[in-house]
Ligand binder design. Structure first.
Ligand code: SAM
Length: 201
């Protein structure tokens, strides 16, 4: 029988959103436009956060892993960690990172409130708590949503970011900015008007 071993050409996969989306199940592709970071946004954000340095970056609410996968590919010297509350998404993200052979990327199933923020240098945040608010698009109905949870998560993240040292970098995408303490300053904006690059001063 013919050997049908499949190999992945990462240069092709990371060449466009269309190519990258193809490696995910159809249902996840359909959620992409509203819930997962576009490739160019992830690439630009990863360059700002990693800055060609050997640093640990956390994606707070990593979904199917697009930001970390793109970051890990374009910034191979940095470590990209994702934390995600939906186990099925973590399984998919971990399977994808294995398939693509990205050893500097990892995903864990957890609520971000359970993490030790000392382990991470810089942070990516794509408005992960927004689906708790009424009238917003939901990924699925597997979790409970509430405005109370939104407020709790926002306050918790605010405190964690506030405790980080000067020089900590943060990228927000589509954020309402409630979670960003005033000691963080926007130093530039990305190609998308809601993409902001912050540093703690
Ligand atoms: C808008 S998606 C962004 C996914 C990914 N960061 C990206 O850019 O492609 C937000 C994700 O955050 C997750 N999330 C929301 N609240 C969370 C929490 N408290 N702890 C861990 N994950 C959370 C959601 O399940 C969802 O998958």
């Amino acid at each position: 029988m013919e050997d049908r071993l499949t190999t992945f050409n990462n240069d092709v996969i990371f060449s466009s959103d269309a190519e990258l989306n193809k490696i995910f199940p159809l249902y996840m592709q359909q959620l992409s436009r509203r819930h997962w970071t576009p490739l160019q946004i992830a690439k630009e954000s990863a360059l700002y956060l990693a800055g060609n340095e050997e640093v640990n970056i956390l994606d707070i609410g990593s979904g199917i892993g697009k930001f970390c996968l793109v970051g890990g590919y374009f910034q191979p010297q940095a470590r990209f960690c994702g934390v995600e509350q939906r186990e099925s998404l973590v399984t998919l993200a971990n399977n994808t990172k294995e398939m693509l052979g990205l050893d500097n990327v990892s995903f864990q199933h957890n609520n971000f409130t359970q993490l030790d923020f000392h382990q991470y240098d810089h942070f990516y945040f794509y408005n992960s708590f927004y689906e708790n608010l009424s009238g917003t698009d939901k990924i699925d109905d597997s979790i409970d949503y509430s405005a109370e949870l939104y407020n709790y998560y926002v306050r918790y993240l605010y405190k964690q970011l506030d405790m980080k040292p000067e020089g900590t970098r943060l990228v927000t995408f589509h954020s309402l900015e409630d979670e960003v303490p005033p000691c963080y300053h926007v130093i530039s904006s990305g190609r998308h008007e809601t993409l902001k690059f912050w540093v703690k001063i």
